[in-house]
Design a protein around this ligand. Structure first.
Ligand code: COA
Length: 381
């Protein structure tokens, strides 16, 4: 039999539900619907990243349309007014050790908030989404500054944007305009991505008619892994070890020959490029120039060249985020929590969508265990 006939007969590899349509959404397309890139509610992410602030995109996802100026002002005011953390939540955050992973801190923070500001009716779902978006930067930085620097930070930063609020909470200083701009773009790029693992987790949880805090807590747990959101931290851990582009190249070649996964490369849906990469790469380059970097950015570019040359694997959104965040003095372990601050907009929008036309998500499994058998007496086992 010829090779081409073999290939035609070979069943598609659907492990990990790859290629399966698991539901409907009006929120996002990922290389679909005649568009090779990424769209949110019909808008190209590149267009949004050029013309909008993250708050406009969060409003878009939660409401289905972009806000006008009055709506945006109201939304930003609501977000700013909702930043304070309840004392009971601060007490819990103060008990979490400095050695904890910040993603676990956020998981606990959202879960705790669900105990003290419980969602009792789905009618308040949008208010809860706003409360989560407003408090997440504070949750993680309150814990971080208390456990690492022994200071209790105030939430009233006066910052206009979520990105600026986070940077000011973290450093205690007014962020540079460039840094606030990059945070804004980064939050837009991470805001939504169709039926990825964490969003699917949120939707499965929502389909049982559970509360919004449970959906987001579960989603944070899914995002934590290095095959998903944790890849930006893993990429940073890898590139910061290398002292030159040549060393990066030879280390990558070694890793590929040992069949190791290179974090920040490849994608489950995109085949030739991740539309978010070009955007964040440009900003990483600008940041590199601003700090006079001559190592991390060139190392990152060499990794990109080698991976494409050797494996036709491309950078996903996470790879150049690593150096970009690093140039803004953000500690590596806070990289994935930034993803949470952003993706919460997408997760909440998906929960609303699931609730608006719900049927409990309950697929079947293909059984591969033993044939039916009798339980033997315990003495004869
Ligand atoms: N490094 C090395 N090899 C990789 C790779 C990477 N980052 N990503 C994919 N591959 C290899 C796979 O091992 C597979 O090889 P095989 O056919 O010999 O088994 C081949 O490329 C095709 O993989 P693919 O089917 O496209 O990947 P997937 O859908 O199973 O997994 C990811 C997608 C994202 C989980 C995977 O690319 C990965 O683990 N990347 C690193 C983690 C990461 O950056 N995650 C963030 C995603 S936004």
């Amino acid at each position: 039999m010829s090779e081409s006939i073999d290939a035609a007969k070979k069943p598609a590899n659907t492990a990990g539900l790859r290629g399966q349509v698991a539901g409907k959404t009006a929120l996002c397309t990922v290389a679909a619907n005649g568009h090779s890139g990424l769209t949110y509610c019909g808008y190209d992410v590149q267009d949004l990243a050029e013309k909008c602030i993250f708050e406009e995109v969060a409003f878009l996802l939660l409401n289905g349309d972009l806000p006008n100026q009055t709506q945006l002002d109201d939304f930003c005011t609501q977000l700013a007014e909702q930043r304070e953390l309840p004392d009971a939540l601060k007490e819990v955050l103060e008990r979490i050790p400095a050695s904890a992973h910040p993603m676990d801190v956020m998981r606990t923070g959202v879960s705790m908030l669900g105990n003290i500001e419980t969602e009792t009716t789905f009618g308040s779902q949008k208010d809860i989404a706003i409360r989560l978006l407003a408090t997440l930067p504070g949750m993680v930085t309150y814990w971080y500054r208390f456990s690492h620097d022994q200071v209790r930070i105030e939430m009233n930063t006066g910052a206009k944007t979520i990105g600026g609020h986070f940077l000011k909470l973290l450093s205690g200083e007014e962020p540079a305009e460039l840094h606030e701009q990059v945070m804004n773009v980064s939050l837009i790029l991470y805001a939504e991505h169709e039926f990825n693992a964490s969003t699917f987790t949120a939707r499965v949880c929502a389909s049982t008619l559970s509360d919004l805090h449970s959906c987001i807590t579960g989603a944070i747990g899914s995002l934590r892994g290095p095959l998903h959101g944790g890849a930006n931290e893993a990429a940073m851990d890898m590139i910061e070890k290398w002292t030159s582009p040549d060393e990066a190249e030879s280390e990558i070649m070694g890793m590929l020959s040992r069949k190791e996964k290179i974090m920040g490369f490849g994608h489950a849906v995109y085949r030739e490029s991740d539309p978010r990469n070009g955007i964040i790469k440009q900003w990483a380059e600008k940041l590199a120039e601003s700090v006079g970097d001559t190592l991390l950015y060139p190392v990152s570019v060499r990794c990109e060249e080698v991976m494409w040359r050797e494996k036709k694997l491309f950078c996903n959104a996470d790879f150049f985020h690593a150096s970009a965040y690093h140039f803004m003095n953000i500690p590596t372990k806070l990289f994935t929590p930034i993803f949470v601050m952003s993706r919460t907009a997408g997760w909440c929008a998906h929960v609303f969508e699931q609730r608006s036309d719900n049927r409990i998500i309950r697929p079947n499994a293909e059984y591969i265990g033993p044939e039916l058998r009798k339980v033997p007496d315990i003495q004869s086992r």
